[in-house]
Design a protein around this ligand. Structure first.
Ligand code: PHB
Length: 387
């Protein structure tokens, strides 16, 4: 039985362990270039290697300027950004880990001020997200009503993903992960709480998954077999998402993905915020465990959301997933795998708590505070970082 320390074969790639670093928005790619640089390379390098993640999924990275809806998130649409990401991929590879780029378009989770043409952001349907968008200057404004994408818009956005996928190859990534989760653009087509279209992209499940499936197929055309992963959040309410029958919708999509030679499916389980509002359980809410999807797919399965070391080991032992992605623990424990190894040998180890005030920048202090500043308590002396 594999455990978190066993290698994992994904096509011709092999990860050194089954500890994956989950994609995490950290907002440390400032305007005007919106590109990673040395400090971001150091951050990723600190979390790779024998004591870190075998596979890193990059923070969500917009495929085009219009695909952005938060301050200081990086892109993969310009030459400068390709050069910036090259620093990251080289630093991660120097430590023997793999890194996939997470390709992102926020759709309606944006605002006119982020849009190069100053128009409303795009989505499947003109249905506004509740809440407020954080603008580039740090002020907030209600999310506007998006405009419904035309078939021509869909074609154009698909080309933006293609361009970013090619850029990801030029930047030296090992593959790409399509961000199909958490209420961003592809998810705004998949789930019927947002998608009210009456054309070939709306209505039936087959029609609603057309956008994400065609995008995925295009990415496989660019990258080839075993280099494209997809992240889904069938149980997630983040981004105001809801679906009338998530088991049917995502069950159908997961089965249809058996037609494509994917690297993996990255299926999130429910998060605390999905299950509860404050202290109250959300009435009628039924989380779907990743094990529900296991018999439906032939692909490698990564899962995520609030895992501890013990829970991760249990999922691998039971065969419910092939690898576990850890998010918040990786922020404050760059040598997370070394700490897990100590736990496995019976040494009591406390994970360092992260400071939510510095999860995003600007929070408090300069960019490196709460980013590259967490020490590696257990890093083996032989595990040298060259960032
Ligand atoms: C965020 O920036 O808050 C964010 C980005 C991507 C996600 C979830 C949250 O998938």
């Amino acid at each position: 039985m594999p455990d978190l320390f066993s290698p994992l074969k994904i096509g011709l790639l092999t990860t050194r362990n089954r500890v994956v670093m989950a994609p995490m928005t950290r907002c440390r790619a400032p305007a005007p270039v919106q590109s990673p640089g040395r400090i971001n390379a150091e951050y990723y390098a600190q979390r790779s290697g024998d004591d870190g993640a075998g596979l890193i999924v990059s923070e969500a990275t917009q495929v085009s300027p219009a695909g952005r809806g938060y301050p200081n998130t990086p892109g993969l649409h310009s030459e400068e950004q390709v050069a910036g990401w090259k620093l990251v991929t080289e630093a991660v590879h120097a430590r023997g880990s793999l890194i996939f780029a997470q390709l992102w378009h926020v759709g309606r989770v944006s605002h006119e001020v982020y849009q190069p043409d100053g128009r409303a952001p795009m989505s499947s349907s003109p249905s506004a997200k509740s809440g407020e968008c954080v603008l580039p200057d740090g002020t907030k404004a209600p999310y506007p009503t998006p405009r419904a994408m035309t078939v021509e818009d869909i074609r154009e956005v698909t080309e933006q993903y293609r361009h970013a996928a090619n850029n990801a190859r030029a930047a030296g990534f090992d593959g790409v992960e399509l961000h199909g989760a958490n209420g961003y653009l592809p998810d705004q087509f998949t789930r019927d709480g947002v998608n009210r279209r009456t054309d070939q992209y709306g209505g039936s499940i087959e029609n609603r998954i057309r956008f994400i499936f065609d995008l995925t197929r295009m990415l496989v055309d660019v990258w080839g077999a075993d280099r494209v992963g997809v992240r889904l959040s069938p149980s997630g309410a983040f981004g105001d998402m809801i679906d009338s029958d998530p088991k049917a919708t995502f069950g159908h999509l997961v089965q249809k993905y058996n037609q494509l030679p994917l690297a993996y499916l990255h299926i999130m389980e429910a998060m605390e915020g999905d299950i509860r509002r404050g202290k109250e359980l959300v009435p009628g809410y039924e989380p779907i465990p990743v094990s529900h999807f296991r018999p439906l797919t032939r692909h490698t399965l990564i899962t995520n959301a609030g895992f501890t070391f013990e829970k991760g080991q249990e999922y691998l032992h039971r065969g419910w997933a092939d690898a576990i992605a850890f998010g918040i623990p990786f922020i404050s424990n760059p040598d997370l795998t070394a700490r897990f190894r100590a736990m496995a040998s019976g040494t009591p180890v406390e994970l360092a708590p992260g400071d939510p005030a510095t999860f995003y920048w600007p929070g408090v202090g300069p960019m490196e505070v709460g980013y590259t500043s967490y020490p590696a308590m257990m890093r083996a002396e032989t595990d040298v970082i060259h960032a």
